[in-house]
Design a protein around this ligand. Sequence first.
Ligand code: HEM
Ligand SMILES: *[C@@H]1O[C@H](CO)[C@@H](O)[C@H](O)[C@H]1NC(C)=O
Ligand SMILES: *[C@@H]1O[C@H](CO)[C@@H](O)[C@H](O)[C@H]1NC(C)=O
Length: 504
Amino acid sequence: MTAVSLLSSLAACLALFIAYRVYQAQALRLKAQKHGCQPAPRYKHKDPIFGLDIFMRTGDAITKNRFLIEHQKRYDTYGHTFEALNFGSHAIYSVHPQNLRAVWSTKAADWGIQPLRLHNMKPFCGVGFITTDGPEWKSSHALLKPGFHKSNISDFAPLEEHLRIMLDQIPKDGSKFDLQDWIFKLYLDMNTLFLFGEPIGMLSASPPPHAEGFLDAFQEGFNGCGMRIALGPLKVLLPTGGWLKACAKTHKFADVYVDRALEYREKHLAAKVGEAPVKQRTLLYNMAQQTGNRTVLRDQIVQAMMAATETTASLVSTVIHVLATHPPVFAKLRAEILAVGDESLDFDRLSSIKYLQNVITETLRLYPVFPQNNRVALKDTVLPTGGGQDGTSPIFAPAGTLFDTCFATLHRDKKIWGSDAEEFRPDRWDGGFTPSQYEFMPFGAGLRQCLAQQKATMETSYIVTRMLQEFKEIKSEDDRPWQAQVALTAKNANGCLVSLTPAT
Ligand code: HEM
Ligand SMILES: *[C@@H]1O[C@H](CO)[C@@H](O)[C@H](O)[C@H]1NC(C)=O
Ligand SMILES: *[C@@H]1O[C@H](CO)[C@@H](O)[C@H](O)[C@H]1NC(C)=O
């Protein structure tokens, strides 16, 4: 084939594709009219065919830790809801609570995640609550749920034990260090203990032998999922060999524990004797009481590890960052905590320190650990608002539409929070003002709402209380503002640089 004929075939393909797009856009307009819908403002693409410019801008913003700023700017420009192209397909961006209700509420059967995630993530984490909709999601959810019941998450003894190991090692002579690193180590241990029944030895620097290389493999496997979702059809450009090796290594690690849990299941079920309480609180053993299917157990536990990674740890380090940079908040909170005295710190006691809960809630408002999320329309459907001249008409979302939202923007909306929306003000949660479920969504909402909400907030309460008992001053050693580094979750890109003054 000559260069000329190759070029002309390419040109013909492109022309056909454009004609198809024009036809598609026209069909969409007709369907929308039939449903009484009006289009929302349209993102001003430089690439009007595939919309690759928005993809490039997002990628650039992520690498520069400006992802949330970029989102805020888009909503400032176009309003609470706008439409854009996502690799040539239809996408809706919205932070309007009515649209969020339509997509997230328990009745929102038109929206899901499976078409976006399962085929991209299956080699790493298989079939489970993160990758499925409908009945498969439902059975996954049922399998996990008992493990998060208050009765199975309210023993703080293991957390205290690991916190002690951390406290023994961090600098207490007033020198500057990154506390975020330590909190992340603490949580690698706490998460592996809760999920698998054994800490991975980050704090003690003594990982079990089969853990060699696991964390790197897990991270690579997890990132590979994220990359494949983000790249859409361009994912075919990614090499797969290394990723599949990382997936295999992750499975090998998980299987050590799955096999132990299955052994336990056999003994426990055969003997019909009461199980050891510590095993009961391990998520994997807990699930093994319900199923003996090896693949199911492995997939769910890897997905649970994904859900737990950099979540509670991010929240704890951000709360400490906020306290270190707001001395009056620190002083008020410390006084309330000291007033509790030496009584043991259980759920009830920690919940009763109202100002502590307000500080944590306000931190989740301004710095949500999951700052963004999305869904896919499983069939043709309608969103209640954002279309037409005044932006209040319903908008049409054909099957396959990507719905993208940003909780960080939602949580700073002046129409909801008032003119001081950008200010860290824990007392706002005292004034009788309660936002609706779709105005404040740090743990999501509806069916897929976080199962670990209580676990995460209570553990954060516990650690913050213990830190403020141990230290009379936590001084910030960083004058840069909190800056979101976003993967799936957000953490401070600059860590949590502090110096500590012990209480005694
Ligand atoms: C501060 C910490 C955390 C935050 C802010 C958080 C937030 C969230 C959010 C926003 C969702 C909903 C996702 C969606 O709608 O697509 C979710 C789901 C979930 N999270 Fe969390 N999470 C946290 C910690 C954890 C931890 C530590 C675990 C496990 C140990 C966990 C387990 C789960 C599970 C199992 C689900 C899925 C529930 C279902 O689909 O049935 N989360 N989380
Ligand atoms: C706690 O876990 C155990 C072990 O699986 C389970 O039998 C029990 O139902 C859980 N507790 C609750 C109240 O869900
Ligand atoms: C385990 O569960 C999977 C998914 O539900 C199923 O396809 C498979 O056949 C099951 N395996 C066994 C041994 O029952």
